[in-house]
Design a protein around this ligand. Structure first.
Ligand code: QAP
Ligand code: CO
Length: 173
């Protein structure tokens, strides 16, 4: 499976992803292809819609204290639902689909989610810190929401201007 990252302003990023009902080889092939793509593009989180697959699937591998992302820290999350949330935290976010732009976004500080693994087994996960932020960011993708949608009007305008400049620079390369 050869995947490419879909980048803003591609409209496919606005699709609402569909619940996974078949925990089959096709799902496993997708997950198996998403992981190397995320690592090779220096990502810590990736939703399936970012590789043009509108399914409620996301993966995460939050770097450890040394900045490493060992394979055993990979989290595969299917059909997630937030069942509890508390607190507030701000973090300077980025996104593989919005390259080279970073801005502060407000999120819940801790969350509890219900989700399924690649085999359809149900799990509960309590998260805080960067993991909680990353899960919320990736779950937004399932609804067609990007972190830039959460910026103030002024910051969004600043983004649009800066992003156009960055795109021109990248084309010129
Ligand atoms: C989502 O983001 C996230 O602009 C994952 O040039 C963001 O992996 C979770 C990336 C913030 C928690 C906090 C972005 C790579 C990677 C770029 C990413 C870029 C190269 C973003
Ligand atoms: Co993203």
């Amino acid at each position: 499976m050869n995947l490419t990252i879909v980048e803003y302003p591609d409209k496919r990023l606005r699709e609402i992803s569909k619940e996974v009902k078949a925990f089959d080889e096709a799902l496993h092939n997708l997950l198996d292809a998403m992981y190397p793509k995320m690592i090779e593009t220096n990502g810590i989180g990736l939703a399936a819609i970012q590789v043009a697959q509108p399914l409620r699937v996301l993966i995460l591998n939050i770097p450890d204290e040394e900045g490493n992302q060992p394979d055993e820290n990979l989290l595969e999350i299917v059909n997630p639902v937030i069942i509890e949330k508390a607190g507030e935290t701000t973090y300077q976010e980025g996104c593989l689909s919005v390259p080279q732009f970073y801005e502060d976004v407000k999120r819940h500080e801790t969350i509890k989610i219900n989700y399924q693994d690649r085999h359809g087994n149900t799990n509960i996960l309590e998260a805080d810190g960067l993991l909680a932020i990353a899960i919320q960011h990736e779950m937004d993708h399932l609804e067609g929401i990007l972190f830039i949608d959460k910026l103030s009007y002024a910051r969004r305008k600043k983004f649009e201007k800066e992003y156009k400049r960055l795109q021109k620079e990248r084309k010129g390369q």
